[in-house]
Unconditional design. Structure first.
Length: 254
């Protein structure tokens, strides 16, 4: 076998492994072999053989008759800068914010047209309708997303707003012009607001976190029942925490 043929085979193997890993998400944390075959799109024999190899490597686990993500991938994920440096810098401030507001605090970063949830503190009042760590929320209709988009390049904003903007509730803003007005108002106010656009009865307030070059790196938010989260009170608290977290993150990233 030539070098190019070996490279092609290795590349194909990586793509098949990626297809298996991509079969898992926050709503499919454990999968039977049949479900893994269906969601990965790979032949059953290939899926079975590759899954067994991934178990040996620690990439997958199979305690009973279902596959799940292995501990080795969890260990490696902690080495990614987005999880290590950002989380290390911001987490103490998230705890301070949670101790003040006593409702869910989340940390998110842009991931294409979505916001990736990097960290989350729920305490004793979890909100199961919200995405878990590693999950995503739409950028256009979340306070986290708007806090990020308000300081992003125009091309990033255009890419999001030129795409599909499906309504998640009757209150979801789906008009690009209306969303742009929200983004334009955000810098003067210092925080972004989303009122029941993702889930009825839930309000979110978020503020941006900046890196050492002054570019937006992440956003922190509080989320809770609409009757409990009042933007005029929550906004200043989130803004102050985001500013403190920005200083800490910028200092560590230099």
């Amino acid at each position: 076998m030539s070098l190019s043929e070996r490279d092609s085979t290795a590349g194909g193997g990586l793509e098949r492994a990626a297809a298996i890993l991509d079969a898992f998400d926050v709503t499919h944390r454990e999968l039977t072999l049949a479900a893994l075959v269906r969601r990965s799109g790979l032949p059953r024999s290939t899926t079975h053989r590759l899954a067994d190899r991934m178990i040996a490597l620690g990439w997958l686990d199979k305690p009973h008759d279902r596959y799940r993500i292995g501990n080795r991938l969890f260990e490696l994920s902690g080495l990614a800068p987005i999880r290590h440096e950002l989380r290390e810098s911001v987490l103490p401030f998230m705890h301070d914010l949670y101790n003040t507001v006593r409702t869910t605090v989340q940390l998110g970063v842009l991931d294409g047209p979505q916001v990736l949830i990097v960290e989350k503190i729920t305490g004793h009042r979890p909100m199961p309708m919200l995405s878990q760590v590693g999950g995503t929320v739409p950028t256009f209709c979340s306070a986290l997303g708007r806090a990020l988009l308000a300081y992003s390049d125009r091309s990033v904003v255009d890419a999001v707003l030129d795409g599909e903007l499906p309504a998640r509730t009757p209150r979801t803003l789906t008009n690009p012009a209306a969303i742009r007005r929200e983004l334009a108002a955000m810098p003067d106010r210092g925080w972004a607001v989303e009122r029941e656009e993702g889930n009825i009865g839930v309000t979110c307030v978020a503020a941006p976190i900046f890196g050492p070059e002054g570019t937006v790196a992440a956003a922190v938010s509080i989320t809770g029942p609409t009757g409990m989260v009042r933007p005029d009170r929550a906004g200043p608290a989130v803004r102050l925490v985001a500013a403190a977290a920005s200083r800490a993150f910028s200092k560590q990233s230099r």
